[in-house]
Design a protein around this ligand. Sequence first.
Ligand code: CAA
Length: 255
Amino acid sequence: MSVRVERDGAVVTVTIDRQDALNALDVATLTELRDRLLELADDADARAIVLTGAGEKAFVAGADIRYMSGLDPDQAKGWGALGHEAGRLLETMPKPTIAAINGFALGGGCELALACDIRYASSRAKLGQPEINLGIVPGWGGTQRLARICGVGVAKELVYTGRTIDADEALRIGLVNAIADPVLDRALETARELASKSPVALALAKRLCNLTLGVDHSGALDMEAREFGELFASEDAKEGLTAFVEKRRPSFVGR
Ligand code: CAA
């Protein structure tokens, strides 16, 4: 098993563990990751997901280059689709996903982190989209998500040059939310905090924030206005608002 899933209450840590290849993703590992994410997306007991890499050196050093070197175009399309499935699950599952970037996050590794809702980096993390140096381009969403998160000007420079950046630069360009050591502790702290909030409101917050990725701006604003109103039918909204007025901590029931 090269993907470990550990639970601490409602917080789930998913660790990619293929250390002899700096956690690069081969077919078996990526398939396993996709399958675990599919399960977690539907698991109401899992309220916040942290994604990280095993060992001291790498988050994920990318897609497995040795495997990719033998692919024909049809096989490469299937490989791209599998990576996209994992990315979409991280981006759309109705609960927060947090990348704890504990080392190299290159190519497909950076792309998986980009698909998460929040990214924290250790001070020795190195990030980038070096595909151009292999004669290819990012294939698991990097050309789109890097531009959306950091702006198209920044993304073009990184994708065109393939250069690797350190944690300080990643923070400066907004690629990561914060630098922390040990990074996993910081990610788990945020995950625990998020797991204590209303899962109904969090799922809606994620769905609404994700609208910036797709539909037209005014349609998204309309949808936000509508869904905001509908959320007031939930028990959690009533509880959260009442608890504030009564100066006590809310107790959310998930309805
Ligand atoms: N695929 C397969 N194996 C990889 C790998 C990868 N992406 N990254 C590292 N490894 C392997 C190395 O081949 C090496 O294996 P051996 O010991 O069997 O030779 C082992 O991991 C350790 O790596 P290094 O000896 O190279 O370690 P280093 O500290 O000298 O360098 C590194 C670290 C800079 C990350 C370097 O390994 C490297 O450049 N790796 C490739 C990074 C990369 O280009 N990633 C993008 C892949 S393309 C992609 O992801 C496409 C996409 O969009 C989907």
